[in-house]
Design a binder for this molecule. Sequence first.
Ligand SMILES: *Cc1c(COP(=O)(O)O)cnc(C)c1O
Length: 419
Amino acid sequence: MADKKFPLGVKELNKIIEKYPTPFHIYDEKAIRSNMRRLSKAFSWAPGFREYYAVKAAPNPRLLQVLKEEGAGADCSSLPELLLSEKAGIIGEKIMLTSNDTPADEFQKAIELGAIINLDDISHINYLEKNAGLPEVISFRYNPGSIIEGNDIIGKPEEAKYGLTREQIFEAYKIMQDKGVKRFGLHTMVISNELHDNAFVATATMMFKLAVELKEKLGIRVEFINLGGGIGIPYRPEEKPVNLEAVGLGIKKVYEEILVAAGLAEVEIAFESGRAITGPYGYLVSTVLHEKRTYKDYIGLDASMANLMRPGMYGAYHHIVVAGKENDECTNVYDVTGSLCENCDKFAIDRKLPKINIGDKVIIFDTGAHGHSMGFNYNGKLRSAELLLREDGSVEIIRRAETIDDYFATLTGFENSLM
Ligand SMILES: *Cc1c(COP(=O)(O)O)cnc(C)c1O
């Protein structure tokens, strides 16, 4: 069972709302720090452990700074994400560029920052060399095809656009070797939001075997193996969280059986987790604007799918509580909606909740990753503020809410007919 507890009482929350109107996302710094420590500890047996936090999950440099203090690097896949990492002080080999369909300026900035470049395709070798030059360390993203199954969000590997095939992998490392590159890594990302501990051990087994083959066929000793992101979180209270300690030990066992046995005892383990690091420690806080009773009962919030896309886009479950009514009986069944002119703009459908009144504060859980970051401006909606709940209980604003002026800032070519 997952523990679903908002870190603030209703009085403290209302005080924050007086200063920062809803909707906003609020992140729990203390919980994020201790979670990052827990992941590092689960892999403390490895000769080196690296977590490249997937910037796309929560692209806020203040959060990146917190994670950097806990030893994390950054996994980037766009020029702005590289710049966000740089602003947070994460540079050099603390950055891994794992992008696809990559434009030249992104490769150039990554080279300038000394980042590790992880190529998504064999054809990118020439493109990279021509447009940005070759880096010191190169890694390739492996797509195992039909060898393994994948899961719902990321799909079957052979239908995924990412990575190099098995044949291409060997060819690609050979080309790089011939070009004089001396330092190598290996990468894959084949699962998303996975809750089964053994899926990570299976991925590690596959990658460790591949590293041994690279050594045997090409004499390449990879410096690190990046197992990607994809560690899931229990969005539903009845789901069980991934046991990071058990995953660490399971991977240790195959590390010894495969890598150490093949004389590769120095290989470092890397992850580029986003969701598992910050996901459970962010909350979308909103206010009830309306109750509507038609064929169903609707609770209308001041937040919409523009603040949190996952329920509308994937039908994803996000846990909801009403501040101050955490222990009340769930006597009512509601659809909890936003205001987009799209019928999928619902945070919950047929959800059992306590009786809700207009003005109640509704807390939507697990928005610390792929929450604010997936926001958009459709229907003229503005993106919300982001707040950081500090370890000492104070609150820091780490992104202000968008304003109408922000919305108009990119619009040109029209006459303001009122002027
Ligand atoms: C999205 C992504 C991640 C992070 O995934 P999570 O589910 O947040 O752990 C890591 N690596 C790559 C290449 C990604 O695209």
